[in-house]
Write a protein that binds this ligand. Structure first.
Ligand code: SAM
Ligand code: F3S
Length: 443
C-alpha cells in the first residue's frame, strides 16, 4: 500500500515551490502519492507562513484539526515546515506535542531522514538550520506536466526591512550557481516547458557563481536563459527596487522574451515611512526606476506591494502613497495592513493609528488600485494576446485558463490538448480580475 501525503501550503510562491519540492523528495525516497485532503493521509505537512499574524494563527488552528485525525489514526505523522517552523522551532513541539517533525525552508530536503529518525527514535525531530545552498543539491530533478515552470534561483533576503521576518526565517541571500540554473532550465524546456518564472525573495539580487570561478548578475542570467531557443517567455518574482540596475533595465529593451510585467514592491509613497522601513530608496529614486523601465519597454505593466498603517504613518504619508499610485498607475497590487512581527524592529515602534483608520486607508487604496486594474483590463478588450495555457478553467472544465504577457488570466473555450501551449487569444470581455477571450490560433 502506498503512503498518502497531504501538504497544506500557506503564503507566497516560494512556499508553493517548496511544497512541490517536499512532495518530490518524499516521492523519490518513499514512493508516496499526494492527496488533496487531510482525511486518510499517512503524513500531513503544513508549509507555513509567518509574514503576518493572521497567517501564523491559522496554522495553529489547522494543527488542532490534524490532531483530531491523529487520534483516529495514531500512525499519522504530522510535520510543520516553512517560516513559522523556522521561527518557532522546538516551541512548536512544546505547544503541540503531537507534531512529529519540524523543518525549515532550508532543510526540507532532509525530510526523508527526519521522518526515518522520528520513526526509529519515537521522538519528535526538529531541524531548522540554514545549511546554505545544500538544499538545491539534494532536490530531485524538476518535473513538470504543464508548459510553465518555476525555477528557484536564490533564497533568503539580506535587506532587513524593519517590518519583515523573512531574513530571520529564510536566512540571508544565497544564490544558486549559474550552471545549475541553466541545467534546470534546459531539462525543463526538454520536457516541453516554454515559459519559465525565476523565483526568489529578491531575484534581482542574484549573484551566481560560475564553474570557472566568476560571478554573474541577474541581467546576465536573464539574457542567458532568453538565448535558449526553446524558452518562449521568461518572468521573475519578487524583485527589489534597490536591485533594479541599469543593466537589468536594459534587458527590457533588448530581450523580447522577457515578459512585459514587473512586480516591484514599493510599500509606501512617503520618504519618511520608507526610511523608517529601511527600504533603502526614496520615492524619487523609485520613480526614476519606473521612468527608465518605461523608456526601455513602453507598455510594461507594473505591480506592487503596499503596507498601510506602518507605525507613525500620518494622513499626509498616506496621501503621498495615494499620489504615487496615480503617478505610476499600477496595474495590480497586493496591499496589507502592517502586522507587527515579533523580533522585528518595527514591532517595537510606537504605533498610535487606530485600527479603523488603518482599515479605512486600506480600503481607499485598494479601491483606487482596483479602478486602475479595471482600466488596464478594459483597454485589453479587442486586442490579441499571446497566452500560455496553464490549466483547465476553475469554473468550467470545458474552458482553459491562460496567462497573458502582462500577467492577466484569460478564460476561453479550448481543448485540453492545448494545455502547456502558447495560443493567440482575442480578448472579448473583462470579468472581475480575469478576462474572457476566444482562441484564434496556436501561437
Ligand atoms: N522582496 C519583496 C520586496 O522587495 O519588498 C518583499 C517580499 S515580502 C515576503 C512580501 C510582502 O509582504 C511585502 O512586500 C510586504 O508588503 C508584505 N509584508 C511583509 N512583512 C509585513 C508585515 N509585517 N506586515 C504587513 N505586510 C508585510
Ligand atoms: Fe522582507 Fe524587505 Fe526582504 S520586505 S523579504 S526584508 S526586501
Amino acid at each position: 500500500m502506498t503512503t498518502k501525503l497531504y501538504i497544506k501550503t500557506y503564503g507566497c510562491q516560494m512556499n508553493e515551490y517548496d511544497s512541490d519540492k517536499m512532495a518530490d523528495v518524499l516521492h523519490a525516497c518513499e514512493g508516496m502519492t499526494q492527496i488533496d485532503r487531510p482525511e486518510g493521509a499517512d503524513i500531513i505537512l503544513f508549509n507555513t507562513c509567518s509574514i503576518r499574524e493572521k497567517a501564523e494563527e491559522k496554522v495553529f488552528s489547522d494543527l488542532g484539526r490534524a490532531r483530531a485525525l491523529k487520534l483516529l489514526n495514531p500512525n499519522l505523522l504530522i510535520g510543520v515546515g516553512g517560516c513559522v517552523a523556522s521561527q518557532e522551532g522546538e516551541a512548536i513541539v512544546k505547544r503541540a506535542p503531537y507534531v512529529d517533525v519540524v523543518f525549515g525552508p532550508q532543510t526540507l530536503h532532509r525530510l526523508p531522514q527526519l521522518i526515518a529518525a522520528r520513526r526509529a527514535s519515537g521522538k519528535p525531530q526538529v531541524d531548522i538550520s540554514f545549511p546554505e545552498i545544500e538544499k538545491f543539491d539534494y532536490l530531485p530533478a524538476a518535473q513538470t506536466t504543464h508548459g510553465t515552470a518555476f525555477v528557484s534561483i536564490m533564497e533568503g533576503c539580506s535587506k532587513y526591512c524593519t517590518f519583515c521576518v523573512v531574513p530571520y526565517t529564510r536566512g540571508e541571500e544565497v544564490s544558486r550557481p549559474f550552471e545549475d540554473v541553466m541545467r534546470e532550465v534546459e531539462s525543463l524546456t526538454a520536457q516541453g516547458v516554454g515559459e519559465i518564472t525565476l523565483l526568489g525573495q529578491n531575484v534581482n539580487a542574484y549573484q551566481g557563481a560560475t564553474e570557472d570561478g566568476d560571478t554573474v548578475d541577474f541581467a546576465f542570467l536573464l539574457q542567458a536563459i532568453a538565448a535558449q531557443p526553446l524558452v518562449q517567455r521568461l518572468r521573475y518574482t519578487t524583485s527589489h527596487p534597490r536591485e533594479m540596475s541599469q543593466r537589468l533595465i536594459g534587458v527590457y529593451a533588448n530581450t523580447p522574451k522577457l515578459a512585459g510585467h514587473l512586480h516591484l514592491p514599493v510599500q509606501s509613497g512617503s520618504d519618511r515611512v520608507l526610511a523608517a522601513m529601511k527600504r533603502g530608496y526614496t520615492v524619487l529614486e523609485y520613480k526614476s526606476v519606473v521612468r527608465r523601465l518605461r523608456a526601455a519597454r513602453p507598455d510594461i505593466a507594473i505591480a506592487s506591494d503596499f503596507i498601510v498603517g506602518f507605525p507613525g504613518e500620518t494622513e499626509a504619508d498616506f496621501e503621498a502613497t495615494m499620489r504615487l499610485i496615480d503617478e505610476v498607475a499600477y496595474d495590480a497590487s497586493f496591499s496589507f495592513i502592517f502586522s507587527p512581527r515579533p523580533g522585528t524592529p518595527a514591532a517595537e515602534m510606537a504605533d498610535n493609528t487606530p485600527q479603523e483608520v488603518k482599515l479605512a486607508r486600506l480600503h481607499r487604496l485598494q479601491a483606487r488600485i482596483n479602478e486602475l486594474e479595471q482600466q488596464y483590463s478594459r483597454a485589453m478588450v479587442g486586442t490579441v494576446q499571446r497566452v500560455v495555457v496553464e490549466n483547465l478553467s476553475r469554473k468550467n472544465a470545458a474552458e482553459l485558463a491562460g496567462r497573458t504577457d502582462n500577467n492577466r488570466i484569460v478564460n476561453f473555450a479550448g481543448s485540453p490538448g492545448m494545455l502547456g501551449r502558447f495560443v493567440e487569444v482575442r480578448i472579448t470581455a473583462v470579468s472581475g480580475h480575469t478576462l474572457r477571450g476566444e482562441a484564434i490560433t496556436l501561437a
